[in-house]
Write a protein that binds this ligand. Structure first.
Ligand code: GLN
Length: 274
C-alpha cells in the first residue's frame, strides 16, 4: 500500500510523460475507477494498493481512451456505457440537443441514425417525456449497447434499437431525426490524435474521401423519412457547413447551423422548404 496522495502524484507523472492532455484530472478519475469509489471516497482513503491501478494506467499510457477503460462516459448529464463498438460521446455533440430544445419543437417520434451509445436519442427522450424513439446502427454491438443504456436510464419502454444500414429497414416518418454520422475524410484519420485514430471505430469516424458519404445517404433517405413539419439535426465536422448545407438544398431542404462552444458550426438544422 502507498499513500493515496503519492499514488496520484505518480499516476499524474506517468500520464504526463505519455503525453496525456489532462494528467491530473485523469489520474484522479483512473484511481477512482480502480478503487470503485467517488471523489469523496478517494479523499477519505489514506492509502491504496498500486496493483489496483497498474494495469489500467498501463492501458491509458498506450492512449486507449479513459472512457473505454472505465466503460462509462457522461453526456447531457446522463451516464452512458461505452465500448470499442461505439464512438465516445463528445461534449460538442450536446450542441445538437441544445439546437432541438431551442427550436421549440415538441416531437412525438424520434429517429437516431448511427446511434452508437444511443446518447443523442436517449438524451432527447429524456427531454421529451412523451416521445418514442428508434435508434439504428450498422454495428449490432452498438445497437445492443444502446438498448442497455436505455434500460439503465429508465427509457427502455420508449426506445427501440435496430441493427441496419441507415433507414433502409424503416417505412415511417419521424418528427425529429438526429444523427452524428461519420464525417472525417478517410485520408485525415491517421492524423487524428492516437486516442481516436487507434481506438475509436472507423465505422463511426470515416466519412469517405470527402467526408460527405454519410450525409449523402441521409439526404437520399430524408424526403420519405422526415414528417412534413419535422426537424432533422445533423452533426457537422469543422468547416463542413457550406458543403453539407449545399447537399441539403439540392435535396429540397432548408438548413441553418448552430455553433458549438468553440464557435464551430456543429449542428445543421434541416427542414422541408416551405
Ligand atoms: N467529432 C469526432 C472527432 O473529431 C468525429 C465524430 C464523427 O465522425 N461523427 O473525432
Amino acid at each position: 500500500m502507498i499513500p493515496t496522495q503519492q499514488a496520484l502524484v505518480e499516476i499524474t507523472a506517468r500520464l504526463q510523460m505519455a503525453g496525456i492532455e489532462e494528467p491530473r484530472r485523469e489520474a484522479r478519475l483512473l484511481l477512482m475507477h480502480a478503487q470503485g469509489c467517488t471523489q469523496a471516497g478517494l479523499i477519505a482513503r489514506d492509502s491504496v494498493d498500486p496493483a489496483s491501478y497498474a494495469p489500467l494506467l498501463a492501458r491509458r499510457e498506450t492512449h486507449e481512451p479513459l472512457a473505454y477503460i472505465t466503460g462509462h462516459k457522461e453526456f447531457w448529464g446522463l451516464d452512458f456505457l461505452v465500448s470499442p463498438a461505439t464512438l465516445i460521446p463528445r461534449p460538442d455533440t450536446e450542441t445538437l440537443i441544445e439546437a432541438v430544445l431551442e427550436s421549440g419543437q415538441r416531437p412525438a417520434t424520434l429517429l437516431d441514425l448511427g446511434t452508437g451509445t444511443g446518447c443523442l436519442l436517449l438524451s432527447a427522450l429524456h427531454e421529451f417525456p412523451r416521445a418514442f424513439g428508434v435508434g439504428i446502427d450498422l454495428n449490432p454491438k452498438a445497437a445492443a449497447l444502446a438498448a442497455q443504456n436505455a434500460a439503465r436510464l429508465g427509457l427502455a419502454d420508449r426506445a427501440a434499437f435496430l441493427a441496419g444500414s441507415w433507414a433502409d429497414a424503416l417505412n415511417a416518418r419521424f418528427d425529429l431525426i438526429l444523427s452524428n454520422p461519420p464525417y472525417i475524410e478517410s485520408a485525415a484519420i491517421p492524423g487524428l490524435m492516437p486516442d481516436v485514430a487507434t481506438f475509436e471505430p472507423a465505422l463511426a469516424l470515416d466519412g469517405g474521401t470527402e467526408g460527405l458519404t454519410a450525409y449523402r445517404a441521409i439526404f437520399r433517405a430524408l424526403p420519405t423519412l422526415l414528417a412534413p413539419h419535422g426537424l432533422c439535426v445533423l452533426e457537422l465536422g469543422a468547416g463542413q457547413y457550406p458543403a453539407v448545407a449545399a447537399l441539403a438544398a439540392k435535396a429540397g431542404f432548408t438548413a441553418t447551423a448552430k455553433a458549438d462552444l468553440s464557435g464551430i458550426d456543429r449542428a445543421l438544422l434541416v427542414s422541408f422548404r416551405k
